[in-house]
Design a binder for this molecule. Structure first.
Ligand code: PLP
Length: 444
């Protein structure tokens, strides 16, 4: 019996008792390689002494001070650091306690910005199908995953969805990347026109799609074209890098690789690397100045925003990433992992696509590789892979509904940035075994 209301109350979970490097150890002494960082969170692995010491020091000095009374040196230092490395024009940081809160802040900032500018008619949000932006009601409304939204539809705010930039599923065989990107940008433009150009507040997208589709990077030029459409209609661009940001793709901010700057950018997960719960919304100078010179007050706030101990942990995480040169390792090890899986699965009938950026890798499973036909969702292949992987001492983050929120299976890998080449080989080998065993279990 347990008093904890677990995510899946009928599941029997092992008890995690310790963490060491890239491994988590359970109460029976079993070790699991954390090849997904939980949910792309633990980017420094477990037990990083520098981060632990920084948290201890802050907790001893001052664990928390409410942000309506005080600021703290650690919050200021972390915000400065995030802004210094952010794309130009994102000059301010609104701290939160996690990802969904960062999205809620972004949506409300977008709305309040337009209210203060005298454009109160801007109320529509457009996002993409097969996206995930969090589980609070605002974030869930914006998200485009049918299965997650379905039970709550009657209580969600209105949101509109366009096609994702999902090359494996949506790009036509005879379509170049540029033509595909243009088609999607045109679709967004048509949606804005349909809603009324001056009634749309923002377009929201994950720079690299995470949980719902499995590490799907945009094709080149996609975000440049999207940025241009947003600019044409005065629509804000909100990029969600809660999963793909903070170094996961080999760049501190994933959109650096796409050569654009959003108006609002959300981060979480890797920001605190799991050592402390923390998220943030980076805000453009224009939005910040409009509010500061207008009402002078963002009508929002939570008790734990700017939490001193969380900021101290996140600040040290960021220092470790820079001082240990981990972004180079992310790129090299990510290439290694994709190359290894592509070589192994070059002819495999049930591995349709291997994709991603940096140490953010997706593997999509299909019943028929030529037709890209998904498995029957009743097989629950993704759940079988997770189960078999745990037996092999491997944590991966599989999900169903890859194609349309209902059918399709993928596995998300997001190993810690500290992984060595040998550890990547081990992850690859264990994953191959887990996929093999899961597929075999469907025939028994
Ligand atoms: N946005 C993206 C892209 C995510 O992957 C997630 C979590 O998986 C969230 C938002 C929500 O973050 P949190 O679970 O910290 O609320």
């Amino acid at each position: 019996m347990t008093s904890v209301f677990h995510r899946a109350p009928r599941a029997k979970l092992p008890v995690a008792v310790a963490g060491e490097g890239i491994e988590i150890i359970d109460s029976k002494g079993r070790r699991y390689i954390d090849a997904c960082g939980g949910a792309a969170v633990s980017c420094l692995g477990h037990g990083n002494q520098r981060v632990i010491d920084a948290i201890k020091k802050q907790a001893q000095q001052l664990p928390y001070a409410h942000t309506s009374f005080f600021t703290t040196d650690v919050a200021e230092a972390l915000a400065d650091r995030l802004v210094e490395s952010a794309p130009d024009g994102l000059g301010h940081v609104y701290f939160t306690s996690g990802g969904s809160e960062a999205i809620e802040a972004a949506l409300k900032l977008a709305r309040q910005y337009f209210v203060e500018k005298g454009e109160g008619q801007r109320r529509h949000f457009i996002a993409r199908r097969q996206s995930y932006h969090g589980n609070t009601l605002g974030a869930l409304a914006i998200g485009g995953n049918a299965w997650r939204r379905e039970p709550f539809l009657p209580i969600l705010i209105e949101a509109h969805h366009v096609s994702p930039c999902f090359a494996y599923r949506e790009q036509r065989a005879d379509e170049t990347d540029a033509a595909f990107a243009q088609r999607l940008a045109d679709e967004l433009e048509h949606k804005i026109i349909e809603l009324g150009g001056d009634t749309v507040a923002a377009f929201v997208a994950e720079t690299v799609v995470g949980a719902t589709a499995g590490a799907v990077p945009p094709v080149r030029e996609y975000f440049k074209k999207i940025r241009a459409v947003c600019d044409k209609y005065g629509v804000l661009l909100i990029l969600d890098e809660i999963m793909s940001g903070m170094g996961r793709t080999g760049y501190l901010y994933a959109c650096e690789e796409d050569g654009i700057t959003p108006d609002l950018l959300t981060i979480a997960k890797g920001l605190g690397a799991g050592y402390q719960p923390i998220g943030a919304t980076l805000v453009s100078d224009d939005i910040y100045n409009t509010i500061v010179r207008g009402s002078g007050f963002f009508q929002h706030g939570h008790t734990y925003i700017g939490h001193a101990t969380a900021c101290a942990g996140a600040l040290e995480v960021q220092r470790v990433i820079e001082e240990d040169g981990l972004l180079h390792n992310v790129q090299a090890r990510g290439e290694q992992l994709r190359a290894l899986l592509r070589a192994h699965y070059a002819q495999h009938p049930h591995v349709g696509d291997i994709r991603g950026r940096g140490l953010f890798v997706g593997v999509e499973l299909v019943a028929d590789r030529t037709l890209k036909k998904p498995f029957d969702p009743a097989f629950n292949l993704h759940a079988r892979i997770k189960r078999e992987a745990m037996k092999h001492g491997l944590m991966v983050y599989p999900m169903g509904g890859t194609v349309d929120g209902v059918s399709g299976d993928h596995i998300l890998l997001a190993p810690p940035f500290i992984c060595t080449a040998t550890q990547i080989d081990t992850i690859g080998a264990r994953l191959v075994d887990a996929i093999h065993d899961a597929l075999a279990s469907m025939n028994t």
